[in-house]
Write a protein that binds this ligand. Structure first.
Ligand code: ADP
Length: 576
């Protein structure tokens, strides 16, 4: 009997299966026992983005899943590598984004005896994943890879985990056995069935909208994930119903659309009588759909891929399914008996007037050139520089407390899936990972991060990753020297033996973050005036090369109680 040479080990087989099942990019940090998996993936045509820290790589994988609709894949080593990767996995779960974490793990025979980087990883990932599996033998690898990739995108998207023990990665099979295993796994791949909703449900939703006095459409990042923008545009424009995007729903329709209720948010949610909520949870971001922010009599029509979500919220009408398909069905239903509110409808007029009033108040604040910089002046300059780029609009990555809040209302989103921020979980430190994901997922777009210095600091070393892969990412750091900026404690709070330590909120003032980028050969700018900022952005945006623009902000901007109250409350009123 002729035995075929067993030349394919578990690392190679895993790489072959990943490439065969359509994975184009992977993010991660290599080391024992998965270095060869990464190298083989590259040989198989997959682009491997090697990071410094699994946490950032995991955030990248989660955002990649959102931007592409395909699972973002994170590769880590065992034990601590897997634990660092949990940050990304949990972020994917919280945001309902498809992601797969693949970790090497210790040798199965040594498990429980204190092996190198030993951890029961299947147990560790449980709270943060919708599906997890361990390949206990090399023959299971292709099937397990198919399973995690399919589970990540089926139903409500989320995080999945694959455990690859060291001994399994070192087992070998022949080339023909490897190919057969992949063919067999491919045959069992899960294909989601398209379930059409009962017509009566669509009719009920359309009828509620038709007979509402003050209807509103709320669109979230689930609608963006579903690529529902064309169907949404048709619904909004044919019915004349105002719409309100959630922070990452911004751009599904342009913020500048005449029916955008963003700048009249409190009025829109406080007074609407019927709200069609598409791909957005009625969670903290939408005040749980409850009074006092919403009227107690509001009737919700919820569109969500997740039945559990509908069951949880108990809306007046629940439509379980894909946002794009459901909006198309509602459009069809309305087309047979069309209605349109029109600009002079009292509800539309009230929303547009309030929005105009709020926008002009904000523009008056924005128009001033305040030096040393507050938040508003540089944000206006960034907004205008981004708008000047036209289409394709850049992906804007935003994080940090004040920087993200101000940015959400000032920066203008004109295209879908072009805003990434701290999201459902309020995750800070996502910035650099999201930038790298956006650069590879959307190669036609520039990526512009607008971050607080605290957010940037979580993963600042990944600027080296930007330079290494020459990604078109411009990171703008709002540098006000701390988590909220400066030392903002009242003197009576500063006591005890460590009273001379820096405040827990403060960093080294005027830190030279731009030099971090220069250290790796990227471009660094430090700016403190409108002219300097405009010139830096103009140069960095046209170069489309890695750059850090260090914007020095007054550490006490917005700090005084009265100023902060009027300034931030105004922003929050308009946008939350
Ligand atoms: P936002 O942060 O914009 O408010 P959320 O993350 O709270 O959005 O909600 C997004 C919702 O979209 C989730 O409940 C998720 O189940 C849902 N979703 C994901 N994919 C789809 C889809 N294809 N069609 C409809 N809903 C979807």
């Amino acid at each position: 009997m002729v035995t075929l040479a067993e030349t394919i080990d578990g690392n190679v087989l895993a790489a072959m299966a990943l490439a065969k099942f359509g994975v184009q990019h992977m993010f991660g940090v290599v080391g024992i026992p998965v270095t060869s998996l990464a190298n083989r993936a590259v040989s198989g045509g997959i682009r491997f983005l090697a990071f410094h820290n699994e946490q950032s790589a995991g955030y990248a994988a989660s955002a990649y899943g959102y931007l592409t609709g395909r699972p973002g894949v994170l590769l880590t080593v065992s034990g601590p590598g897997c634990v660092h990767g949990l940050a990304g996995l949990s972020n994917a779960m919280a945001n309902a984004w498809p992601m797969v974490l693949i970790s090497g793990s210790c040798d199965q025979k040594d498990c429980g005896r204190g092996d190198f980087q030993e951890l029961d990883q299947i147990q560790a990932v449980k709270p943060f994943s919708k599906f997890s599996v361990k390949a206990k033998d090399i023959s299971e690898i292709p099937k397990c890879i198919a399973q995690v990739l399919d589970w990540a995108v089926s139903g409500r998207p989320g995080g999945c985990y694959l455990d690859l023990p060291t001994d399994v990665l070192h087992q070998k099979v022949s080339e023909s056995v490897a190919e057969n295993l992949i063919i067999e796994a491919e045959k069992c791949r899960y294909r989601e069935e398209i379930v059409s909703l009962p017509v009566s449900k669509i009719e009920e939703a359309a009828s509620l909208l038709r007979h509402a006095e003050r209807p509103l459409i709320v669109c979230g990042k689930g609608a963006a994930y579903a690529r529902a923008e064309d169907a949404l545009k048709k619904l909004v424009e044919s019915t004349g119903i105002p719409f309100l995007p959630t922070p990452m729903g911004k751009g599904l329709l342009p913020d500048t659309h005449e029916l955008a209720a963003t700048a009249a948010r409190s009025l829109a949610i406080g007074k609407c009588d019927v709200a069609l909520v598409v791909g957005a949870r009625l969670n903290w971001l939408l005040h749980f759909g409850e009074p006092p922010k919403w009227s107690k009599d509001v009737k919700f029509i919820l569109v969500d891929i997740s039945k559990e979500e509908i069951d949880l919220r108990k809306p007046c009408v629940g439509l379980v399914g894909d946002a794009k398909q459901i909006l198309e069905s509602i459009n069809k239903e309305i087309k047979d008996d069309p209605f349109c509110l029109g600009n002079s409808h009292p509800w539309v007029e009230a929303i547009t007037n309030k929005a105009k009033e709020n926008v002009s108040k904000m523009e008056a604040q924005l128009a001033k050139d305040v030096v040393p910089f507050n938040f508003m002046t540089p944000m206006r300059i960034i907004r205008d520089s981004i708008l000047a780029l036209g289409s394709p609009a850049p992906v804007v990555v935003s994080e940090g407390a004040n920087t993200m809040d101000v940015g959400r209302s000032v920066l203008v989103q004109t295209e879908p899936r072009t805003r990434l921020d701290a999201g459902t979980w309020g995750t800070m430190g996502v910035g650099l990972g999201y930038c790298i994901a956006a650069a590879v997922a959307c190669p036609e777009r520039l990526v512009v991060a607008v971050e607080g210095d605290s957010g940037f600091g979580f993963s600042a070393i990944e600027v080296e990753t930007l330079v290494r892969y020459q990604l078109p990412v411009v990171v703008i750091v709002f540098n006000n020297g701390g988590v909220y900026g400066g030392d903002r404690r009242n003197p009576e709070e500063i006591n005890g033996p460590h009273k001379d330590d820096p405040a827990p909120t403060s960093f080294v003032p005027e830190a030279k973050y731009h030099v971090v980028m220069q250290a790796f050969g990227g471009k660094g700018y430090v700016v403190g005036t409108p002219e300097e900022l405009k010139s830096a952005l103009s140069e960095a945006f046209s170069a489309r090369k890695p750059a850090v623009v260090n914007v020095i902000i007054d550490p006490y901007a917005g700090a005084e109680r009265e100023r902060r109250a009027s300034f931030f409350l105004f922003i929050l009123e308009a946008t939350r």
